[in-house]
Design a protein around this ligand. Structure first.
Ligand SMILES: [Mg+2]
Length: 381
């Protein structure tokens, strides 16, 4: 069996899919994307395909080595995301050709259900309560919310109080048996993060995400030591070497993205590394169905897995949503906030190829907003 063709599809809302076909007709799907830089990753996949076509698709580990390291320059979001999507597609092909799910190839399942969480985004406490109520009624046992929108690096008493008020509104609806995770999105300085962490600690967040920017990882040890709340990070880290300092700092939750951090191959290695630090895995996934399917396959086979993000109904999903490009939506029918394991081969989903090819004709040009502070200077989004 040889790789015959690699194609990419730029499709709404802001995704890039990759389809790899073998000479005997097996098809695997991947999702290589950096949100807002999809066209750049598409070019990277095209360059990497020069090497892949004609190769045996089942040599996944060797391809990962060559694609990640064979160009001499390595790492970073674009290359690691291109490799990630290709890696997902190769695992899909391996599962399809052997007739087993990817989690079987990863050593077999360690769980039968995977806890997933939903996003809530309301800026006003009343609106937030409505959104949390809707997710609780849909069966979810955990939600995640941003701490704040555009915010100065060190907030006023009113700005800090507004964060507490919103988390409190979510907690009031959730009660003591469900969870809320809070994403700081790197918008606060480390000093402000420390202050806000103490203020929201009595509301018992599941974790606080990106308490500082990824390039300020050297500040994580101090934050971990000062924080009464479990800290999480990783959506902007791209491999084991990037995670090692964060894990050494003592983060509680590692959040590699299956579409950014080298795919199934590298995320399983990150999970094992995290296990040696007593940290748990909660893969980042505000993306499409292939990234989520890959995340779930890893979750079913990973002992130190905590919870899975998924994008259904997320504010980014305009013009298409998580289920738009699937032949069968059953794998993502969450019951009581849980995804259920199946024996479907490969990634366990059937992509609607006609819908994907059709959507690629219009494509998208999604970019994240550029924010500025009141004085006109750049603000973290
Ligand atoms: Mg985040």
């Amino acid at each position: 069996m040889k790789i015959a063709r690699v194609e990419t599809f730029l499709i709404p809302p802001r995704w890039l899919f990759c389809r790899i076909e073998t000479d005997d007709g097996v098809v695997g799907w991947g999702e290589p994307v950096v949100e807002g830089r999809a066209e750049v990753v598409r070019s990277a996949v095209e360059v990497l395909s020069e090497y892949l076509v004609g190769q045996d698709p089942l040599r996944i580990q060797d391809h990962w080595q060559v694609l990640s390291k064979g160009g001499f320059y390595r790492g970073g979001p674009v290359l690691s995301s291109a490799v990630a999507g290709i890696d997902q597609a190769l695992w899909d092909i391996a599962g399809q050709s052997l007739g087993v799910p990817v989690h079987t190839l990863l050593g077999g399942p360690v769980r039968d259900t995977v806890r997933v969480y939903a996003w809530v985004g309301g800026d006003e406490p009343d609106r937030l309560k409505e959104e949390v109520t809707a997710q609780v009624e849909a069966g979810f046992t955990a939600v995640k919310m941003n701490a704040a929108g555009r915010t100065p690096p060190i907030g006023s008493p009113a700005e800090t109080a507004a964060v507490v008020e919103r988390v409190a509104a979510a907690r009031e609806v959730l009660g003591p048996h469900r969870d809320v995770a809070v994403d700081f999105h790197g918008r606060f300085s480390a000093a402000n993060a420390r202050r806000v962490l103490h203020e929201i600690a009595p509301l018992h967040p599941l974790f606080v995400e990106e308490p500082v920017l990824p390039e300020q990882g050297h500040l994580l040890p101090g934050l971990v030591a000062a924080s009464p709340v479990p800290l999480a990070t990783g959506e902007r880290l791209y491999g084991r070497a990037d995670f090692l300092p964060a894990l050494t700092a003592g983060i509680a939750v590692a959040q590699p993205d299956l579409s950014h951090a080298g795919g199934i191959s590298e995320v399983t290695r990150i999970a094992s590394l995290a296990e040696t630090f007593g940290a748990h895995l909660a893969p980042h996934c505000p993306l499409g169905p292939i990234a989520l399917a890959a995340s779930l396959q890893v979750a079913f086979a990973t002992p130190n897995f905590l919870i899975q993000e998924q994008s259904r109904g997320i504010h980014y999903n305009k013009d298409a949503d998580l289920l738009s490009y699937l032949v069968d939506t059953e794998p993502f029918r969450f019951v009581d906030g849980q995804a259920h394991r199946t024996e479907l081969p490969g990634l366990g989903i059937a992509v609607d190829e006609d819908a994907v090819r059709n959507a690629d004709r219009s494509g998208h040009a999604w970019r994240n907003p550029v924010w500025r502070h009141a004085d006109g200077s750049f603000a973290e989004w």
